[in-house]
Design a protein around this ligand. Structure first.
Ligand code: 6GU
Length: 253
């Protein structure tokens, strides 16, 4: 059984890349059901208004809870699934979106559940929307950020989340082994550097060990490059996978 992903946005055209490449192919093959909705379809005034000025003052506009309520009641209401529903609200003020979260969501979608993504613009969505849907029995609400920088809206995050989840669904990736060794997987290390033909290019050589055919040495070399790369670029990941004594000393937990 396969569940669905629904994305609500005032710029549905922003989600057009979901028709391309791996996700596009998965949709065509019926492995994944993604629907993009225009939030303005749930407005009722002539100007199709979705926002208003913030209570308490301040710059920018806030998205109205009534419009979002109509949209999400309909999008979440279509589904009655024992696998449950997740409502993701992308925001730079959210908890960090991780591979672990992508895996959790993929399992839910795979089991017939629903993932809905509510893309805010402007200064964000009235906080009562997250609060209201969190009170619904079958809905888990998560406000998520894709990294420490500020985007103009949730659409790019929705693309990121959808791709991260979709590629974990059975049949979407041709060779499941490629899911096993990659960065941020279970080993907790960044991926080792990779090479292909030609063996010599612009005076740069492919490391000899990779051409040796000695799979023991190749494995050792790759692990050590992965650790070295991780230590340089993401020392925080090494600490996270360190033994309990180190974690305790560094106050990771
Ligand atoms: Cl999810 N939204 C916006 N607007 N900015 C972000 C983000 C999300 N994650 C990082 N920056």
């Amino acid at each position: 059984m396969t569940g669905r992903i629904d994305i609500v946005s005032i710029f549905p055209g922003y989600l057009a890349p979901l028709e391309l490449s791996l996700v596009g192919k998965a949709r065509q093959d019926g492995l994944l059901d993604v629907t993009v909705h225009d939030l303005r379809d749930w407005t009722s005034d002539r100007h199709r208004t979705v926002d208003d000025t913030p209570f308490g003052g301040g710059a920018g506009m806030v998205m109205r809870p009534d419009v979002w309520g109509h949209a999400l009641d309909e999008v979440l209401g279509e589904q009655d699934t024992p696998a449950g529903q997740s409502l993701l609200i992308p925001t730079p003020a959210g908890e960090r979106f991780t591979q672990a979260m992508a895996e959790e969501l993929a399992l839910q979608v795979c089991a017939g559940g629903q993932l809905a993504i509510a893309c805010g613009r402007y200064e964000g969505i009235d906080a009562r929307v997250a609060e209201h849907y969190a009170e619904q029995e079958h809905v888990t609400v998560r406000e998520v950020s894709i990294g420490d920088y500020v985007l103009n809206g949730g659409e790019v995050a929705a693309l990121v989340i959808t791709e991260a989840v979709a590629r974990l669904l059975p049949g979407v990736i041709g060779n499941p082994q490629s899911l096993v060794e990659e960065s941020h997987g279970s080993a907790g290390l960044l991926e080792y550097p990779v090479y292909t033909k030609p063996p010599s290019w612009r005076g740069l050589e492919v490391p000899e060990v990779l051409r040796s055919g000695d799979h023991g040495r190749i494995g050792t070399w790759r692990r050590s490059r992965a650790v070295e790369r991780t230590a340089r670029r993401r020392p925080d990941l090494l600490v996270r996978h360190a033994p309990p004594q180190v974690r305790l000393a560094k106050g990771v937990d």
